[in-house]
Design a protein around this ligand. Structure first.
Ligand SMILES: C[S@@+](CC[C@H](N)C(=O)[O-])C[C@H]1O[C@@H](n2cnc3c(N)ncnc32)[C@H](O)[C@@H]1O
Length: 283
């Protein structure tokens, strides 16, 4: 039987050689997953034997990680806004930076008990919409995605979070064919310049859905299409909140202004990078 200590040392070396950013942490989390032990116990009980079945599971998980599959895809889950979301290769791995959008929207909701209608373009795992619905108990939300496989994941997340009575997920191309009025429209669209995707970390370039990343030649294609849809679908004084890529604030603010939105506000992440633009539709 192998000991935890030996398994962790060998796995950490293999993950480091494969170019993983946090090899020791990944090894601990994968061994915890394979053994069913809590990560803290894996860290402390290093003298413990690993059962052969658990070791086989560990080696299988490790092979996926050395091939640079994202941890969230291997574990099948990611914490976002302190909620657990299922993650598969069909959806973007929810990023901590995207919590900036959730916080910025909540700051602008005057009454959290209001019966708000939310619309999420490019919902993916549903993490943005479902986090907001979790905080806004009377709100209802519609999540749109062009990927049927992503919608299956989003619906599963709504159910496991107990939000399925207030969340609907529908196939669509941004706002085309949609009607109605929404108080809040949010989106984290694909915004990476097509030509730079291949050079991203293998976790992203090789394992995340291209349609969640590719923003066209200049990265702004999705904003050009969805901002006019947001303007049309928002109720008077409604709020739009868009995640943007680093350095895109001037260009996307100009698109919002051209679509008739009022003053554009910006929200930064904890590192000071502007991640979200917000604007209201004129009354
Ligand atoms: C960057 S991911 C964001 C996922 C999730 N909202 C999040 O923040 O983690 C962008 C999403 O937009 C979807 N998408 C791309 N083009 C679309 C289109 N034309 N209409 C609707 N959704 C689209 C992709 O399938 C993907 O799920």
């Amino acid at each position: 039987l192998s000991k935890i200590d030996t398994a962790l040392r060998q796995a950490t070396a293999a993950l480091k050689a494969a170019g993983c950013d946090s090899p020791r942490l990944d090894a601990v989390l994968l061994l915890a997953e394979a053994t069913g032990l809590a990560p803290d116990r894996v860290r402390i009980e290093t003298d413990r034997d690993i059962a052969p079945e658990a070791e086989a599971r560990f080696n299988a998980l490790l092979a996926r990680r050395t091939a640079r599959q994202p941890m969230a895809q291997i574990l099948g889950r990611r914490e976002f806004w302190s909620l657990t979301f299922r993650v598969t290769p069909d959806v973007l791995d929810p990023r901590p930076d995207s919590e900036t959008l959730v916080a910025a929207v909540l700051e602008r909701v005057a009454n959290r008990q209001a019966k708000l209608r939310l619309l999420d373009f490019g919902t993916g795992s549903g993490c943005l919409l479902l986090s907001l619905l979790h905080e806004l108990p009377e709100a209802h939300g519609l999540g749109i995605d062009q990927s049927e496989a992503a919608l299956v994941v989003a619906r599963g997340n709504a159910a496991s979070l107990g939000l399925d009575a207030r969340a609907t997920f529908q196939l669509g191309d941004w706002g085309s064919g949609l009607e109605g009025a929404f108080e809040i429209v949010i989106s984290n669209p694909p915004y990476i310049e097509s030509g730079t995707i291949a050079a991203l970390a293998p976790e992203v370039a090789r394992h995340e859905p291209l349609s969640a990343l590719d923003g066209g030649a200049d990265g702004l294609e999705a904003y050009r299409r969805l901002i006019p849809d947001a303007a049309r679908l928002l109720a008077p004084d409604g709020l739009v909140a868009l995640e943007i890529g680093q350095g895109q604030e001037t260009a996307v603010a100009a698109l919002l202004e051209r679509a008739g939105f009022g003053a554009v506000a910006m929200a930064a992440d904890l590192g000071g990078t502007i991640r979200t633009l917000l604007a209201r539709k004129s009354r």
